[in-house]
Design a binder for this molecule. Structure first.
Ligand SMILES: *Cc1c(COP(=O)(O)O)cnc(C)c1O
Length: 419
């Protein structure tokens, strides 16, 4: 059962009324459910319980400190893609030895910070990055434990903008050169290849591309061992999709069984890096209808959230369920609305001709499945303050990132004294 449900005619998150949160915090706001975060994490941990496997939460999906702490308390490690995220992971209670550093363009400063923090593994994505890391590690007198992110040239069959495992994508080293590059790495000072990493994309709803990628990784592992490398770990990325509308992502049990069937007798520790599937359906964005405007051919619901707050619909045509916070009466007929934000761009559209129960000015609506790649991708375009984030736990809620005032936003800028 979803943690978001109507009670006494009002949408609740766990035992908290969204009307109460809106009254106290104002709109729009993001809201996350502790129970959902915990159940999603525990589902992963449970599905992989019989395997030597660990979950490193991909922070980029939602890097609020309270979200990180909720997961780290359950034992999650972290997959980070910047020094900023590394610092968040540490501040959120994830120990350095459970942090993996990914990303296609890590600078020397980033690599130095990672080595100084003593993180578990650096996932290297190119030969120039390898050489930079060797220099930095040597200058610090340490040996960097690395994986190469291998690009298996597998079509993830997901949206082009979140597909990362084809050879024309910018990510990872070419599969066909991997053996040669591992050899080169082993010869460099300050480098210790210990793992192979792969991540082919996000919002995958089919097991087949995962299987194809992992089979390639397993084949490479055998070759690397023949070449004398001591590979102990496989880093199998994230990417498991969630249901936004009617997608049917694979069961975690089936995913875990597939992983076991390929890696079970390789003697490797498995790292999983889920992002979206841990947080996506644990969060919503609550917004208020400012006006309902009847156009010549369309009826518009103009809401106080906009593309700067939740960019997924305009960035990759993403679908988010939209439900009124006040439960519609039984049997009311749905009407088509274009649900749009106030930003001065036509792309500021959340839904086109979406059938919804009749809406009126001041009604609250919730955008569903907004816990991943929502708040983290927000901007202040149109000088709209970042939307606050709220965490619910049972009958409690707490603001975990307040809404800045416009005055605070302006105070962060500087006008040169020659102006
Ligand atoms: C983004 C990313 C993930 C998480 O992907 P999801 O689709 O959110 O699960 C995992 N690993 C790496 C390297 C990533 O870049």
């Amino acid at each position: 059962m979803s943690v978001f449900a109507y009670r006494n005619g009002v949408l609740h998150a766990e035992s908290v009324s969204l009307e109460d949160v809106a009254r106290e915090v104002g709109t729009p706001f993001y809201l996350y459910s502790t129970a959902a975060l915990e159940s999603h994490y525990n589902a992963y941990a449970g599905a992989f319980a019989g395997q030597d496997a660990g979950v490193c939460y991909a922070l980029k999906a939602n890097s609020n400190l309270a979200v990180i702490r909720t997961l780290s308390r359950l034992g999650a490690g972290g997959d980070v893609v910047s020094v900023g995220e590394m610092k968040r992971a540490l501040a959120g209670g994830i120990p350095a030895e459970r942090i993996v550093f990914s990303g296609v363009g890590k600078t020397r400063d980033d690599l130095r910070a990672a080595l100084e923090a003593g993180i578990h593994q650096i996932n290297v994505e190119s030969v120039p990055e390898l050489e930079a890391l060797s220099e930095v590690a040597t200058s610090l007198g340490v040996e960097a434990p690395i994986a190469f992110r291998v690009n298996p040239d597998v079509d993830a069959k997901t949206h082009a903008k979140i597909s990362t495992g084809k050879k024309e994508n910018k990510f990872g080293i070419d599969y066909d050169h991997a053996r040669e590059i591992y050899r080169r790495a082993a010869d460099l000072p300050g480098i210790k290849p210990v793992a192979i990493a792969v991540h082919i994309g996000s919002q995958l709803t089919d097991l087949a591309p995962f299987r194809a990628a992992y089979e390639r990784v397993a084949a490479l592992l055998h070759q690397l061992r023949e070449d004398g490398h001591d590979i102990q770990r496989l880093d199998l990325g994230g990417g498991l999709g969630i249901t936004y509308r009617n997608e049917a992502p694979p069961d975690l049990a089936d995913y875990a069984a597939m992983v076991r069937s390929i890696t079970g007798n390789l003697g490797c520790r498995i790292t999983l890096e889920p992002g979206r599937s841990l947080v996506g359906n644990a969060g919503i964005l609550v917004s208020r209808v400012i006006y309902v405007k009847q156009g010549l051919h369309r009826r518009f619901a103009i809401v106080d959230a906009a593309m700067n707050d939740l960019i997924r619909p305009s960035l990759y045509d993403a679908y988010h369920g939209i439900v009124p916070v006040a439960e519609p009466a039984d049997g009311v007929a749905a009407e088509p609305y274009d649900v749009v934000g106030p930003v001065c761009e036509s792309g500021d559209t959340f839904a086109v001709q979406r059938p919804l129960p009749p809406l009126a000015d001041d009604d609250l609506v919730a955008f569903l499945s907004a816990g991943a790649y929502g708040a983290v991708m927000a901007s202040t375009y149109n000088t709209r303050p970042l939307v606050p984030e709220v965490l619910v736990n049972g009958d409690r809620f707490s603001v975990i990132r307040p809404r800045p005032t416009v005055e605070e936003m302006l105070a962060a800028e500087r006008v040169p004294d020659w102006l």
